[in-house]
Structures are given as structure tokens and as C-alpha cells.
Design a protein around this ligand. Structure first.
Ligand code: AMP
Ligand code: ZN
Length: 459
């Protein structure tokens, strides 16, 4: 069996991955808060953990992996959006969830087999909170329930901070009902404009962190294999998840391996609305940047490195993918019948080294190995929706040009004047096409610098 190594943020080491149960490998990834379209940064963990999901399915079997990713559909940002727009909360969350699934589907991301919504797990959260109070890890005050960080010695271990450092560095909310400023909310009261549920403490709603602890417990068990999310979630969100789960279930591990993707930037700068470089996945798709291209750009940077989205990278990715699709489309063997490429698998099994996986594909493309390239592209999620339309369009244009060049040559053979043929050939080469001419046929193969816009002049 392939040995997978993953960088575990809990131990800060790259470790050999050994699941608790090889017949049920379990992974939980924190999902989006659903009140607006996913921005490009939100897509990074989706693509990163999609690659890991595919690798785990390959190594342990497609039916042996359980992947849960939640939707946070109760959160104050959603309430604000509802108040601003006068819309029902459920209309906003349902619409946003569908947008998210559509947009992430365009990036070739498979849907996790479990996609729990927080609002479907309120009773489990209430039970977990009650258990924490009973064990002395939480206290109720003024309709709120707070987790007492002093009651959990290991608080801060994941991010490597002491409670004092956290108080100094974080913008903690000071409130009269808190015993320690770092204590965080498990439950809070709602007014009539906010969503609420019955509980022993107040008619209210959960704090953010408790949902992941309660859903992971319910769906994956008290100890499971991998927990993922973006780096920004490490503190306080993941620290708080660990505190809640380990105190609710003493003796359990909660998640054994913690993985975090680094942040995405745009043209070297943090993505922000004020810098004007904030955009959603949908914005890019609407501008005509294919989802496969976005995926390729993401995979070209290792997940533990900051990744810079640039327009130049997108252009390069599109050229490469055109070439790969053109070659791999000729594959004669069905991808499921083809053995996986050992180079690709060993790259991915080495803490998801996707840049190296791409190098492996380049090598196959240069060797014109259509079957193996197709298999690799399949494994990396580039054929999730079959051959993309944007590639096809290019190819239809090419067959038209192939016929034109063939006919030109037939005429030239009769007139013995090949100048028009030579001229067309050099224009095609100038557009980045390889021109393959045999007696019977003309074939045009897009090279790495193929630029479809340069063909306009030929029309
Ligand atoms: P949120 O909806 O803000 O909770 O974020 C959903 C997911 O997107 C979390 O896993 C975040 O860590 C991740 N995320 C947010 N911003 C970025 C970014 N700029 N780069 C990479 N991941 C991000
Ligand atoms: Zn979470």
C-alpha cells in the first residue's frame, strides 16, 4: 500500500499517515459561512482537500473514505445580510449553498460525502454544551454559556501560544459575564430579530466553534483522522474546537492530523475590498477564465506556501491545459483501466506535492503519452466534467483550419506555387501551433504558447 506522508500541524512534523480504521478513513474540513459568493481564497482549501480526498480514495478505496465539510448557516454575518436585504435567512443560506456547490464544481471539486448544516445539529450542540458545564469546563451567565479556558491545560497547544500571549495579541471581547477574557461563547441569547432555539440557558443560538465539534462527533466519532482548513482558522477556531471536543470526550484524540492551507493573495497583495483586488470565483468564471485553469494555478503552488494568484499564471495555465487536453484526448484506454502513474502518486503522497505532480504530467505530455497523461489528469480532477467546452471550441476551429491548409496544398501541387501554403503555415506556427503534414492529412497540435486570438487574422 502507498505510504502517505502528511505535515501534521499538531506535532509540526511530516509524519507517515496511518488511519485509525483503514476501512473508514475520516476527514473533516471547515466549510464556508453561507451569506455570499465564495471568494477566490475560500476556494483554496476546497481544492487542496479535494486533492487529498482523491488521494485517500485511491490508496484506501473509493468507498473507504468519509469526508465531511460543514456549512455554517447560523452566524451573525448572515443575520446582518438578512436585515440589510429584508430577505429570509433560509432563502439566503439555501441560495448561497447552491452557489458554493456550483462554483466549486466548476473547479472540478468533488462533493464531500457529508455536508452537514449547522442548523440541523442544534440538539447535538446543546447536549455537548450541557456535558461541558457538567464536567466543569463551561459556565452559564446571563443567558450565555462560556467555555472556561483555564479549565483546559492544553489550550493553545495547536497554535503554540500561551493564554497570556493570546490575551495580549488578540482582540478579545471583554464582557461582564466572562470570568477570563479568553473564555469563548458556546451559546448566546437571541432577540426576536435573530434566529433562536430553546435551550436550558436561554432562547438563543450557538457560538461558531461548537458546531464543528458537535458535527464531527456525530458524523465521524470522538477520534478521527484528519482535520483541515485554512491557516487563519488555526487560532482561535481550531484551538477552540480542540478544547471543546477533548473536554467533552476525555481520553479521545479528536483529530489526529491537523492540516492547514496557507493563504491566497492576489498579484502579491492580500485580497481585500479596499485594494480593489477582491473577487469571487464566479467573477473569474464570468470573465471567461475556466474553472480548470483556476484549479491548475492552485495546484502549481504547494498548499503550505502562500499562493499568489496572477493573471499571468492564469494565461500560462490555460496554454498548458490546452496542450494537455489535446494530447490526452487521444487516449485509447479508459482511465479506470489504466494503472496510476507511480511518479504522480509518490508526489501526492509526499504531503500533497502538487507542483511535483504537475512536473510529472509535463514529462508525460512531452513524451506524448496520451494514456498515462489522461489518467493523471483524471486523478488531479481535470476531467471531472469531461473534456471542457472551452478546449473543444478551440479544436473545432482547428479542424476547419486543417481542411483549409490541406486544400491550399492540393491547389499548390497543381500550380507548383507553394507560397500561400508556406504563408499559412508560418502564421499557424506563429500562433503556437505545431503543423504536422503527411501525404494524406494535416494535423494542428496546440503547443505550450498556443494563442487562439492570433488565429483571428487567418479568418
Ligand atoms: P470562512 O467562510 O471565512 O470561514 O472561510 C472558509 C474557508 O476559506 C476557511 O477554511 C478559510 O480558512 C479559507 N480562507 C479564507 N480566506 C482565505 C484566503 N485568502 N486564502 C486561503 N484560504 C482562505
Ligand atoms: Zn470548524
Amino acid at each position: 500500500m502507498t505510504e502517505i506522508k502528511l505535515h501534521n500541524n499538531k506535532t509540526r512534523r511530516k509524519e507517515v499517515f496511518e488511519p485509525i480504521d483503514r476501512d473508514n478513513v475520516r476527514m473533516y474540513v471547515c466549510g464556508p459561512t453561507v451569506y455570499d459568493r465564495a471568494h477566490l481564497g475560500n476556494a483554496r482549501p476546497v481544492v487542496v482537500f479535494d486533492v487529498l480526498y482523491r488521494l485517500l480514495r485511491h490508496v484506501y478505496g473509493a468507498d473507504k473514505v468519509t469526508y465531511a465539510r460543514n456549512f455554517t448557516d447560523v452566524e451573525d454575518k448572515i443575520n446582518v445580510r438578512a436585515a440589510e436585504t429584508g430577505r429570509k435567512i433560509s432563502d439566503i443560506t439555501n441560495e448561497t449553498i447552491q452557489w458554493f456547490l456550483d462554483d466549486m464544481g466548476s473547479l472540478g471539486a468533488m462533493e464531500p460525502n457529508l455536508m452537514p448544516r449547522a442548523t440541523d445539529y442544534i440538539p447535538q450542540m446543546v447536549t455537548m454544551i450541557a456535558g461541558l458545564i457538567e464536567k466543569g469546563h463551561a459556565y452559564a451567565a446571563e443567558g450565555h454559556v462560556l467555555f472556561a479556558v483555564d479549565s483546559y491545560k492544553a489550550y493553545g497547544a495547536l497554535s503554540g501560544r500561551s493564554v497570556d500571549d493570546m490575551i495580549a495579541g488578540a482582540r478579545v471581547e471583554v464582557a461582564p459575564y466572562k470570568k477570563n477574557p479568553m473564555d469563548f461563547v458556546l451559546w448566546k441569547p437571541s432577540d426576536e430579530t435573530q434566529p433562536g432555539w430553546e435551550s436550558p440557558w436561554s432562547w438563543g443560538r450557538p457560538g461558531w466553534h461548537i458546531e464543528c465539534s458537535a458535527m464531527a462527533d456525530d458524523l465521524l466519532g470522538k477520534s478521527f483522522d484528519i482535520h483541515g482548513g485554512g491557516n487563519d482558522l488555526q487560532f482561535p477556531h481550531h484551538e477552540n474546537e480542540i478544547a471543546q471536543s477533548c473536554c467533552a470526550n476525555p481520553g479521545s484524540d479528536f483529530a489526529r492530523v491537523w492540516m492547514h492551507n496557507e493563504m491566497l493573495q492576489v498579484e502579491g497583495k492580500k485580497m481585500s475590498k479596499s485594494l480593489g483586488n477582491f473577487f469571487t470565483v464566479r467573477d473569474l468564471l464570468d470573465q471567461g477564465i475556466p474553472g480548470e485553469v483556476i484549479r491548475f494555478v492552485f495546484l502549481s503552488t504547494h498548499y503550505r506556501k502562500p499562493m499568489d494568484w496572477t493573471a499571468e499564471k492564469a494565461r500560462e495555465a490555460e496554454k498548458t491545459l490546452r496542450k494537455w487536453y489535446a494530447i490526452s484526448e487521444d487516449a485509447g484506454v479508459a482511465p479506470e483501466e489504466k494503472e496510476a502513474d507511480p511518479e504522480l502518486i509518490s508526489a501526492l503522497a509526499d504531503d500533497l506535492n502538487t507542483p511535483r505532480a504537475i512536473t510529472a504530467c509535463h514529462r508525460l505530455a512531452n513524451a506524448d503519452d496520451a494514456n498515462q497523461l489522461r489518467k493523471n489528469m483524471d486523478m488531479l480532477g481535470f476531467y471531472e466534467q469531461g473534456l471542457p467546452e472551452w478546449v473543444n471550441l478551440g479544436q473545432q476551429d482547428l479542424s476547419h483550419l486543417e481542411t483549409e491548409l490541406f486544400n491550399l496544398r492540393e491547389t499548390a501541387k497543381a500550380t507548383k506555387d507553394f507560397s500561400a501554403v508556406d504563408q499559412m503555415k508560418s502564421s499557424l506556427i506563429g500562433a503556437g501551433l505545431e503543423v504536422q503534414m503527411t501525404k494524406e492529412s494535416v494535423k494542428l497540435v496546440p503547443g505550450i504558447d498556443f494563442d487562439a486570438s492570433k488565429l483571428e487574422a487567418l479568418k
